[in-house]
Design a protein around this ligand. Structure first.
Ligand code: NAP
Length: 242
């Protein structure tokens, strides 16, 4: 019998890691809000995949960098029925040496990760605190832990996300809200499609890139009842990349 685990939002769920997270959370019994920014048809395809497996989902378009748009899309849905889980996944990279990075590129990379975290989490956490339950998982990167040349903006965004995750975890733990971070290494998605594959494979001890589902598995575990004593953690899922 289908027992709902509550409502879950995955930002940037039309493609890649976010899509895999939405599908994995639906298998855990969550009802999904599948966020996208521009690729509505891909988000609808994710919704159809969830529904045809017996789950519940709806596509929800908004730009996480835009606080007012996030409020407009999300508030009416979660005011009465708080989110049980939020996956802060939407993120972009614009790799360049710092000296050649434009202000626009810096703002869009840092803004998508950090403003996206702020705009979605501040809404989600209020209801979670009221309900005294909830799971928040942020998707950072090994780049935010170790630093990668050519990714200063991305590393700053992801290191900021890790700091925000750890602080929020301490703010809300007493009310039963658990907040963790997953830090993937290199994952087969559109984001990595144009990177020099042979060079990357040399850096990965397991000798291959991750499938999005291998990241989503950890995210789904962190959102499940099975992960009842983990909060403030940053979990690398990197195939051994340090
Ligand atoms: P991706 O395939 O490029 O997909 C990005 C997703 O984010 C899409 O669904 C996109 O929506 C959405 N998005 C982008 N900007 C948005 C915005 N302003 N508002 C709402 N949604 C937005 O990326 P990915 O590789 O799956 O990466 C997902 C997350 O994992 C990112 O945070 C990334 O930094 C992180 N990560 C990725 C890797 C990797 O190797 N791929 C490694 C470590 C960490 P549309 O389809 O509508 O454009």
């Amino acid at each position: 019998m289908y027992v709902s685990q509550g409502l879950a939002l995955v930002t940037g769920a039309s493609r890649g890691i976010g899509r895999a997270c939405a599908l994995a959370l639906a298998r855990e019994g969550f009802e999904l809000l599948v966020n996208f920014r521009v690729q509505e048809e891909k988000a609808r395809e994710v919704v159809r995949a969830i529904e045809s497996a017996g789950g519940k989902a709806r596509a929800l378009g908004f730009d996480v960098r835009d606080g007012a748009a996030t409020d407009r899309a999300l508030l009416p849905l979660i005011e009465e029925r708080p989110l049980a889980a939020l996956v802060v996944n939407a993120g972009i990279a614009k790799d360049n040496l710092l000296a050649a990075t434009t202000s626009e590129d810096w703002a869009s990379v840092v803004g998508t990760s950090l403003d996206g975290f702020f705009h979605t989490t501040r809404l989600a956490v209020r209801g979670m605190l009221r309900e005294r339950r909830g799971r928040i998982v942020t998707i950072a990167s090994v780049s935010g832990l170790a630093g990668v040349p050519g990714q200063t903006s991305y590393s700053a965004a992801k290191a900021g996300l890790i700091g925000a995750t750890r602080s929020l975890a301490q703010e809300v733990a007493k009310r039963g809200v658990l907040v963790n971070c997953v830090a993937p290494g290199f994952v087969e998605t559109d984001m990595t499609a144009s990177l020099p594959r042979d060079e990357i494979l040399k850096r990965i001890p397991l000798g291959r890139m991750a499938r999005p589902e291998e990241i989503a598995e950890v995210v789904a575990f962190l959102c499940s009842e099975r992960a009842s004593y983990i909060t403030g953690a940053v979990i690398p899922v990197t195939g051994g990349v340090l």
